[in-house]
Design a protein around this ligand. Structure first.
Ligand code: MSP
Length: 513
């Protein structure tokens, strides 16, 4: 079985500082990367910044800065954010790097060699904000201004010599590919949107610009720069050292296991990218998942609407793990989700502090007091104990399967429900009343400790630092976390000392006005 896993986030435009929407894409990708790693996979996890094109050139001009200097500064804030979010990315790519330029020019040459590129003239609508071309029927007139219907961003008329990619030629092969690889685009609703767009007919795609210079030059015509999306999409292979397809990284990790992206950029990933790869005779990624948006006051965040939520401010106030937990649990994965401070506080108080934190404190304090700070050795499981313990064993493969289908909601619901059941189990079993029956007391304590271990393993991809803090009870270190061991009921060694731990989450005083 292939035990390599390659996951990517979109590469972000460094036109402005990162916001909560960017943090969301990255945190979800990190969740998958960490899960796969504790499940024994060798994981490559790529993120980075998408630095060419008119959008960036204009943003730099507006600030009177040299374009590369402008990119250096904002790209650094994205790199810093990766650390603040505790991402385990194995690489961070910038499209202004030499390794990437070389890769893009090589891909261009392949496309040209295979007769998929020709020189002509483009006349049509272009949105600089989306870096996208739109057909006339995708444009509307609002108060005398031409706007793209889909993204609501302004469009401008473009009329210039341009190279074209023969996208129309790939219409049928793409439809065939979607058909024979039904999981290629997820979730299903978005797949249908893509298929009907392709079925409505694909026109050849303009893939170079002549009227500005901030981009990668077309190899044999320095008057043109390569279209920023052809440039950007190639990052997924340039980070693996393409065009050197004999390189270890490329051999190991291409095709990618999962390109995680926002729903607004699905067309580029599910149509253009596979068409470029088909034309270059390269394998296609295994899956593209288009997640929903984080909404602020019911709208997608944007600078122009002034509704940007800054992840760093939230982290300063509440801590990183509460934010990670909240985004993963409360935004139903695949759909849009409004984010509210009030719900975040509820999550911290009820799920993290009460359900998880308290359980860890309670059972470890009880063990210290009643079992001489040791994991009980003499135990005998009964039906009530096995009922919860078996849940992990019985669902192990199902959980894996759900993760492979990006069913984040199932994963988190499993944790929340099991925590609830475990708290109830500990209360109902009343170990504090079993001091005359040490075998039973020991078994209840052992069972609860085992569940704390298993749940902490499962929480590791979501709230890594808090999970590691909880695992200090058992002196279990990060590299020892092994997902498959949650099926084992007797993992913890009896008679081993446990440790007292600090409070995992502080409750938030809520203002109920
Ligand atoms: N540079 C391109 C991607 C190129 S990938 C080869 C781009 N950049 S972006 O910075 O505009 O957006 C990056 C990602 O952030 C996209 O997946 C987008 O969907 C996501 N988000 C931007 N705003 C968002 C929200 N409000 N909510 C969730 N994700 C959102 O597009």
């Amino acid at each position: 079985m292939d035990k390599n896993f390659y996951i990517t986030t979109p590469i972000y435009y460094p036109s402005a500082n990162p916001h909560m929407g960017h943090a969301y894409s990255s945190i979800i990708a990190d969740f998958f990367a960490r899960f796969k790693r504790i499940d024994g996979f060798d994981v490559s996890f790529l993120t980075g910044t998408d630095e060419h094109g008119l959008k960036i050139q204009r943003a730099a001009e507006k600030q009177g800065l040299d374009t590369l200097k402008f990119c250096d500064d904002i790209s650094k804030t994205f790199r810093d954010l990766s650390k603040i979010l505790n991402l385990t990315n194995t690489d961070f790519i910038r499209t202004t790097e030499q390794r990437h330029k070389k890769s893009v020019q090589n891909l261009w040459n392949e496309l040209e060699k295979n007769d998929d590129i020709y020189l002509s003239k483009y006349s049509g609508w272009y949105s600089v904000s989306d870096e996208a071309f739109y057909n006339a029927d995708e444009i509307e007139d609002i108060n005398g201004k031409k706007i793209a219907k889909l993204s609501k961003s302004p469009v401008e008329w473009m009329d210039e010599e341009s190279y074209f990619f023969r996208l129309s030629k790939w219409e049928k092969p793409l439809l065939d590919y979607y058909k024979s690889n039904p999981d290629f685009i997820s979730p299903k609703s978005r797949k249908n949107e893509v298929i009907s767009f392709v079925k409505s007919g694909l026109k050849d795609l303009s893939v170079s610009r002549k009227s500005f210079s901030w981009g990668i030059p077309v190899p044999n015509n320095k008057d043109h720069v390569i279209y920023v999306w052809l440039d950007a999409l190639t990052n997924y292979i340039s980070a693996l050292n393409y065009p050197d397809i004999k390189d270890e990284l490329y051999k190991k990790f291409w095709p990618a296991s999962l390109h995680l992206i926002g729903k607004d950029i699905l067309r580029f990933h599910a149509i253009y990218w596979p068409a470029f790869l088909l034309a270059a005779k390269l394998p296609l990624p295994k899956k593209i998942y288009g997640h929903g948006w984080i909404l602020s006051n019911d709208e997608k965040m944007s600078k122009s609407k002034g509704n940007i939520l800054d992840p760093i401010k939230i982290i300063d106030k509440y801590g990183l793990d509460p934010l990670r937990y909240y985004l993963i649990k409360e935004v139903s994965f695949g759909n849009d989700g409004n984010i509210s401070q009030d719900r975040l506080e509820d999550c911290i108080n009820s799920d993290l502090a009460n359900n998880f934190g308290n359980l860890c404190q309670r059972v470890s304090a009880f063990t210290i007091k009643n079992c001489d700070s040791k994991i009980p050795e003499d135990i005998k499981f009964e039906k009530d104990d096995l009922k919860i313990l078996d849940k992990f064993k019985d669902n192990l493969d199902l959980i894996r399967d759900k993760i492979d289908n990006q069913d984040v909601n199932f994963y988190i619901d499993f944790i929340v429900n099991t925590l609830f059941e475990t708290n109830k189990y500990f209360n109902d079993q009343e170990p504090w009343k079993k001091k005359d029956n040490f075998l039973r007391l020991n078994t209840i304590v052992y069972t609860t400790l085992e569940i704390v271990r298993k749940i902490s393993y499962m929480l590791y991809p979501i709230i890594p630092q808090s999970s590691l803090n909880a695992l200090k009870i058992f002196s279990i270190k990060e590299k020892e976390i092994d997902f498959s061991s949650i099926k084992n009921h007797n993992y913890l060694n009896g008679n081993k000392k446990i440790n007292k731990i600090d409070i995992l989450f502080n409750k938030i005083e809520k203002n109920n006005d």
